[in-house]
Design a protein around this ligand. Structure first.
Ligand code: CP
Ligand code: NVA
Length: 337
């Protein structure tokens, strides 16, 4: 049966069937090809308007929604962390009912998943999660497209996530792998493994898809033969500065180094959602680096700049996949894959 995602929210990949996720990845590949060939898609959603609410900062996600929106012929409103009444003078439910009457789609980046869920409950238009503390589903579409492009397959791919696997990236990668029949390993100290409830849910998806999930404290065991080695910052947006010390103490052994990469499969690739502290060329990277005597944090500069690294291909794919996700939920290109 033909797949239609028209009218759906995009809050977490938990809500989507593997074939629906595959449909979005394939549609993104088609739209990427069109863009590379100079084929315009401005008629697709011409006349529609979308609003982007960012309660946390962003480079990739914001720019992807804006460029993708324009490429699809839409007008885009951006609300920055200080630029709206949301949460401060107006409840989420009221905001949703106002914006839902003006816009055809609403993106939200912010704190708890319950906020984006409440927006979705009260707005009559698709609501898209641009990152919450718990999940980062649009990043997953980009990662899946990148893995498919780079390795030629998703099913059976062995992905190891190193670092804080309890937060949005670890959670989302575990869900994505479980849905798509991939082999997920969280390689971290036990206290940094995803929560039991989510693991149980993902075990159910894995039964259907043939995925496996494992949790490994030993770096060499956890990365042996991996096709994809993935990491993220050790302290996420919204977390207090004073957690850096405990994170560095716990996670430094899980830094992605050349030795870690060499322990992967012959054609292993390195991915990172970005931004990354791989040198001291950022304010935070410099400050944390000076305080703790480190030049690089979750990944070495050598790995980041090496031929293993596909992080910029991955970043580009944010735009193509967000375009596919918006197009599908707003009902464009239903005949294409
Ligand atoms: N990967 C990602 O979400 O990047 P931004 O924070 O720049 O949007
Ligand atoms: N875990 C990071 C991801 C950034 C894309 C954060 O939430 O800050």
């Amino acid at each position: 049966m033909a797949i239609s995602l028209k009218g759906r929210d995009f809050l977490t990949l938990k809500d989507f069937k593997p074939e629906e996720i595959e449909y979005l990845v394939n549609l993104a590949a088609t739209l990427k090809e069109k863009k590379k060939n100079g084929i315009l898609t401005k008629d697709a959603l011409h006349g529609k308007n979308i609003v982007l609410i960012f309660e946390k900062t962003s480079t990739r996600t914001r720019c992807s929604f804006e460029v993708a929106g324009h490429d699809l012929g839409m007008e885009v409103t951006y609300l920055d962390p200080a630029g709206s009444q949301i949460g401060k003078k107006e409840s989420i439910a009221d905001t949703a009912r106002v914006l839902g009457r003006m816009y055809d789609g609403i993106e939200y980046r912010g704190f708890g998943q319950e906020i984006v869920e409440e927006l979705a409950r009260y707005a009559d238009v698709p609501v898209w999660n641009g990152l919450t503390n718990e999940y980062h589903p649009t990043q997953m579409l980009a990662d899946l497209l990148t893995i498919k492009e780079q390795l030629g397959r998703l099913k059976g791919v062995k992905l190891t996530y190193m670092g804080d696997a309890r937060y949005n990236m670890g959670n989302s990668l575990m869900i994505a792998c479980a849905k798509m029949g991939m082999h997920f390993t969280a390689c971290a100290p036990k206290a940094y493994f995803p929560n039991e409830k989510l693991i149980e849910e993902c075990m159910e998806y894995a039964k259907e898809s043939g995925a496996t999930l494992s949790f490994e404290e030993d770096v060499m065991k956890g990365t042996e033969g991996a096709d994809v080695i993935y990491t993220d910052v050790w302290v996420s947006m919204g977390e207090p500065e004073n957690v850096w010390k405990e994170r560095i103490d716990a996670l430094l052994p899980y830094q992605v180094t050349m030795d870690v990469m060499k322990n992967g499969a012959d054609d292993v690739i390195f991915l990172h959602c970005l931004p990354s502290y791989h040198d001291r060329k950022t304010t935070i990277g410099k400050k944390v680096g000076e305080t703790f005597g480190l030049n690089e944090l979750e990944v070495t500069d050598e790995v980041f700049e090496s031929s293993y690294s596909r992080v910029f291909e991955e970043a580009e794919n944010r735009m193509h996949t967000i375009k596919a996700m918006m197009a599908a939920t707003l009902g464009a290109f239903e005949e294409e894959k």
